[in-house]
Design a protein around this ligand. Sequence first.
Ligand SMILES: N[C@@H](CCC(=O)N[C@@H](CS)C(=O)NCC(=O)O)C(=O)O
Length: 324
Amino acid sequence: MGQLVDGVWHDTWYDTKSTGGRFQRSTTAWRNWITPDGAPGPTGEGGFAAESGRYHLYVCLACPWAHRTLIYRALKDLTAHIGISTVHPDMLAEGWEFRTDFPGATGDRLFGLPYLRDIYLRADPHASGRVTVPVLWDRERNTIVSNESAEIIRMLNSAFDGLTGNRLDFYPSDLRPRIDALNNRIYDTVNNGVYKAGFATTQKAYDEAVHPLFDSLDWLEEILGRNRYLTGDRLTEADWRLFTTALRFDLVYHTHFKCNRKWLREYPNLWGWTRELYQIPGVAETVNFDHIVRHYHYSHETINPFRIIPINPVIDWAEPHGRG
Ligand SMILES: N[C@@H](CCC(=O)N[C@@H](CS)C(=O)NCC(=O)O)C(=O)O
């Protein structure tokens, strides 16, 4: 794995030396928005109108950030309007690759390019920074609209409603302050918290991440003991953002990332809630456990140098969730 510097690929692992062993996620570079009429969104430039067949998502089926966008594409009836390409689960010296020698890895369906970085270079031959999934690509302007999953799901939540007639709203205006507050803590301590614990290279950095992570899981367990969903009786963006981390917890984060004070299945409310979301029609088709388990254990050589893929518990995701 590595990054682009002025259009040139450099194979470098995360630098934790300069940060006392702490993993720091870099900020996202491409921040435009698709809107119903192409008007500019909250950041970036305008000119990205919602149209059928114009946009394409590059995703990794293992990645929790990319997974959010796949869930929205499914639940907002966008599968016929936005195409997808899936990378190979192994992220090695060349970064994300479009190899197809793993079931479910489609290759680059638009251009047949070998690496995801080539998509970034097509948008900007001098691109610098990490080459991450998801990437939302505009086939008309031949550029990247956005590579920030938090913003891509906001676009998918409403920009195409006129086209699809699907009015499901996971970010309703009356709940926004509550959703934003939940997102802030969940992003820092859970979604990114598992990575901070897993990629830490000092005891201190690990301790700083793992305790807040489990404090947050205790807090979320308590909320889900009172409410069906995180904000109450309506399923919102806050739930979907937590879900993709929760789904991977016992298979990857518990052992591989040393987030092992408890298993997620020891939290009855969180566990039932995770299964309920998994069972919502359309969601299971966005989940590929083979990519999830393979990606983390095979790609992170510093954590798992022999690349042994663990056996893992058998989880019955279809088991009745008992939430109601
Ligand atoms: N802020 C980004 C983060 C995406 C991200 O970090 N994706 C990971 C995969 S799980 C990635 O592509 N990492 C490659 C790298 O860091 O070089 C988002 O949420 O869209």
